[in-house]
Design a binder for this molecule. Structure first.
Ligand SMILES: O=P(O)(O)OC[C@H]1O[C@H](O[C@H]2O[C@H](CO)[C@@H](O)[C@H](O)[C@H]2O)[C@H](O)[C@@H](O)[C@@H]1O
Length: 375
C-alpha cells in the first residue's frame, strides 16, 4: 500500500488521524477518470496538527487593526468617484490579476490533459453578501450552474459556515462539502451518474474542540447581547461574530467584547472576514489544507495531471490561493470589485460573473467532448 493519499477519519478521539479505508471507495462518487486512486494511509501526528499558530491571546492592538481594516472597506469610507491615483492603482491591479472571463482560453489551455477540480467558496462567491447571514440564499440559476459543473468536474464547496448550513443553501448531494473553514469535510452522498448512494467521507480534525466552541459561542452570545445588531453564529467548529448590522461607532466596543471572552481561551484564535470576526481552534488547518486534503484524497497527490480552480472572495480563501501558488498548479480566482492584496491569479467581479464563468466552463467541456467524438 502506498503512502500517496491522505484519508483521515472522524474518529471519536478527535485527532487520532489514521484511517483504514480505501481512498477510491470513499471518493468514487462524482469522480471521473483518472481519479481511480490507490488506497493508502497517512498519519498526521497529533502534535503537528495541534501546533499552535499563535498564542491564543489577541492583543488590543491587533483587534484595533482589524476594526480599522473593516472600517476602511465600509461603504461610508469608499469614495464614490475614484481619484486618478485610485484609477491607476486599480488599473495596475487588474493587469496583475486579470478577469478570469477574459483569460478563459488561457485557463482552458492550461487544463489540456489535466482533470479540472473545482473549489467554490459560498458567501460572496455563489451568493451575494446580504445583511442577514441566515438569508444568504443561492439563486436557482446559480444552483443549476454548479450542478452542471459537477457533472464534468469533481466539485467542492469550501466555506466558513457550518457544513449542514451550507448544504441547506446549496442542496446538491453530488458535491464535496468542507464546512467550518475545512474542519468538517464530507464527500458526495450521491453519484451524479448512477445515483448510487455512497459512504460519506468525514474528516473532522478539530473534534475535540467541540465542547469548547459551544462554550465560547454561549459566552459570546451573552457578552454581545448589549450591542445592538451584533450577531453570533455557531458554525460548529468555529464561531462568527457579525459586525455588518452594528453601528460603526460600536465596532471597537464589540471587538473588545470578543477579545474579553477570547482571552479565557488560549487554544482558540481569531481571524477576520467580511465584517465578521471568526473564532477557531489553533490547529494548523484552513481552507488551503482542506484543498490539499481533497486533492490528495481524489488521487492527485504529487500529480501533474490536475488543474485545481479555486474561486473565493474572502481573506480566508487566501490560504487556498497560497497553496495553489506554492504548488505551481491551478489558479486562484478572487471575487472582488476592488483592488485587494491577493495571491489569486485572476479575478471575477461578483457572483453573477462567477456564474458566467461556470457556464463557459461547462459549454467549453461540452464542445470539446463533441469535438473529440467527431475525430
Ligand atoms: O467561507 P464563506 O462561505 O465565504 O463564509 C464566510 C462567512 O460567510 C458568512 O458571512 C458573510 O456573509 C453574510 C451573508 O451574506 C454577511 O452578512 C456577512 O457580513 C459576511 O461576513 C457567514 O455568515 C459566516 O459565518 C462565514 O464565516
Amino acid at each position: 500500500m502506498t503512502k500517496q493519499n491522505v484519508v483521515l477519519s472522524d474518529v471519536k478521539s478527535g485527532l487520532a488521524i489514521t484511517v483504514a479505508v480505501s481512498n477510491s471507495s470513499l471518493f468514487s462518487a462524482a469522480v471521473q477518470k483518472p481519479l481511480t486512486a490507490p488506497g493508502g494511509y497517512i498519519t498526521i501526528s497529533r502534535s503537528k496538527l495541534l501546533k499552535k499558530l499563535e498564542t491564543g491571546g489577541v492583543t488590543e492592538g491587533r483587534i484595533n487593526a482589524w476594526v480599522e481594516s473593516m472600517r476602511a472597506s465600509s461603504p461610508t469610507r469608499i469614495r464614490p468617484t475614484p481619484s486618478s491615483t485610485q484609477n491607476r492603482d486599480e488599473g495596475s491591479w487588474m493587469l496583475k490579476h486579470p478577469s478570469a472571463l477574459n483569460m478563459f482560453e488561457e485557463i482552458t489551455n492550461a487544463s489540456k490533459g489535466k482533470q479540472i477540480v473545482m473549489f467554490l467558496d459560498y458567501d460572496g462567491t455563489l451568493s451575494p453578501i446580504v445583511e442577514d447571514p441566515d438569508r444568504a440564499f443561492m439563486s436557482e440559476s446559480m444552483r443549476r450552474a454548479v450542478k452542471d459543473v459537477a457533472k464534468y468536474f469533481p466539485t467542492a464547496i469550501v466555506s466558513g459556515r457550518c457544513r449542514d448550513k451550507v448544504y441547506s443553501f446549496v442542496r446538491l448531494a453530488e458535491l464535496y462539502y468542507a464546512g467550518s473553514h475545512g474542519m468538517d469535510i464530507k464527500g458526495p452522498t450521491k453519484s451524479y451518474r448512477n445515483k448510487k448512494r455512497n459512504q460519506p467521507v468525514l474528516f473532522q480534525p478539530a473534534n475535540e474542540f467541540l465542547p469548547m466552541i459551544d462554550e465560547v459561542y454561549k459566552a459570546l452570545l451573552e457578552k454581545t447581547k448589549s450591542t445592538p445588531g451584533a450577531k453570533v453564529e455557531n458554525n460548529r467548529f468555529c464561531v462568527s461574530v457579525h459586525f455588518r448590522c452594528v453601528d460603526e461607532k460600536s465596532w471597537t466596543e464589540l471587538a473588545e467584547q470578543v477579545r474579553s471572552v477570547l482571552k479565557e481561551y488560549p487554544k482558540l484564535r481569531l481571524t477576520q472576514g467580511r465584517k465578521v470576526l471568526e473564532i477557531r481552534p489553533t490547529i494548523k488547518w484552513d481552507k488551503g489544507k482542506a484543498l490539499e486534503f481533497l486533492l490528495e484524497s481524489l488521487g492527485f497527490a504529487n500529480c501533474n495531471n490536475v488543474l485545481p480552480l479555486y474561486i473565493g472572495d474572502d481573506r480566508t480563501d487566501e490560504d487556498a490561493f497560497k497553496v495553489l501558488r506554492n504548488r505551481g498548479q491551478g489558479f486562484g480566482i478572487l471575487v472582488s470589485k476592488v483592488a485587494k492584496e491577493t495571491k489569486a491569479s485572476y479575478t471575477l467581479q461578483e457572483p453573477s460573473e462567477v456564474m458566467d464563468f461556470l457556464h463557459r466552463l461547462v459549454e467549453w467541456k461540452r464542445m470539446s467532448a463533441r469535438g473529440h467524438s467527431r475525430v
